[in-house]
Design a protein around this ligand. Structure first.
Ligand SMILES: NC(=O)c1ccc[n+]([C@@H]2O[C@H](COP(=O)([O-])OP(=O)(O)OC[C@H]3O[C@@H](n4cnc5c(N)ncnc54)[C@H](O)[C@@H]3O)[C@@H](O)[C@H]2O)c1
Length: 267
């Protein structure tokens, strides 16, 4: 049951692919909290069809947009403002993809055209999306923009490949654009650094199952679920967090502060 934390707010959720997607849970929670939203994903993801169910359930229109296309993004924001009846108050970027990781290529044998794609889809799209909103004046004062990230931006996780660099770039875009958005438009920009989560993107990482268990044991609170992540996103979209900006916020059950956990040594 909701608490009307987002009553009267309008938002756009990128990246709901299926009911395991973090964005799927965020979309559900936002609507439960009283928001009106549009959903978007790459045209190829829309063809898979699952998002239609979510759109119907939440009474949310689905607007296709490849997050690497300025044209698609412009159409998405213009159309969303039309449907929602004005500027938006919040946006979630929940997009990640690496062919090198998906094809389990060694980090020391990375294919550069694939790396370009990774950076374009997983990081530059965040800048692109914000620049588009900036130019169209598509977000209200005191609005909130969030991107999802992972601790491999700060620490080494060997099987995460060049997604590590793409997350470092994403977090940096949040800080740099956060300055401009804050100064000019009173809009906040943050990233949430989420625990490993069983989703299509997450499970594409080599050894994900074992690693999921490791992180769960290392974290005093255990891994944060996608539902808990959705709760955190709601608070970040609500008026209760208006002065939080340019931050990378760990949502990981304490994992990021641990050195060693004896639970991992127990046989
Ligand atoms: N699953 C994890 O363990 C984990 C942990 C920390 C952070 N994250 C981050 O959370 C976010 C969401 O991932 P998820 O785990 O829910 O997986 P997911 O596979 O459900 O979501 C990834 C989404 O990116 C979309 N996408 C890919 N290319 C696109 C493009 N060109 N244009 C628009 N959308 C495109 C996909 O269609 C998909 O909906 C990602 O940024 C991911 O890196 C995931």
């Amino acid at each position: 049951m909701g608490n009307n934390l987002l009553a009267g707010k309008k938002g756009i959720i990128f990246g709901a692919l299926d009911d395991k997607s973090i964005a799927w849970k965020v979309a559900e929670r936002c609507v439960e909290e009283g928001a009106q939203i549009t959903l978007t994903n790459a045209p190829v993801a829309l063809r898979m069809g699952a998002i239609k169910t979510l759109g119907e359930k939440l009474n949310a229109e689905i607007i296709p947009a490849d997050a690497t296309s300025d044209e698609d993004l412009e159409h998405l924001f213009t159309k969303s403002m039309e449907i929602l009846g004005g500027k938006v108050d919040f946006v979630l970027h929940s997009i990640g993809m690496s062919i090198n990781v998906r094809k389990k290529r060694e980090y020391t044998n990375t294919k550069y055209d694939w790396m370009h794609k990774t950076l374009d889809i997983s990081a530059m799209s965040f800048h692109r999306m914000m620049q588009c909103m900036w130019k169209l004046d598509a977000i209200n004062d005191w609005g909130s923009i969030l991107g999802l990230t992972y601790i491999a931006a700060q620490r080494v996780f060997p099987d995460y490949g060049e997604m590590a660099e793409s997350k470092a770039l994403l977090e940096s875009f949040a800080r740099s654009f956060g300055y401009h958005f804050g100064t000019e438009k009173k809009v906040r920009v943050n990233t949430i650094s989420q625990s490993p989560t069983i989703t299509t993107a997450g499970s594409g990482v080599k050894g994900f199952g074992d690693f999921f268990g490791y992180a769960d044991k290392m974290s005093p609170l255990g891994n944060a679920s996608s539902e808990a992540c959705a709760d955190y996103c709601v608070t970040m979209f609500s008026d209760l967090t208006r002065m939080v900006t340019m931050q990378n916020l760990y949502h990981d059950g304490g994992f990021s502060q641990m050195g060693m956990n004896p639970a991992l040594l127990e046989k």
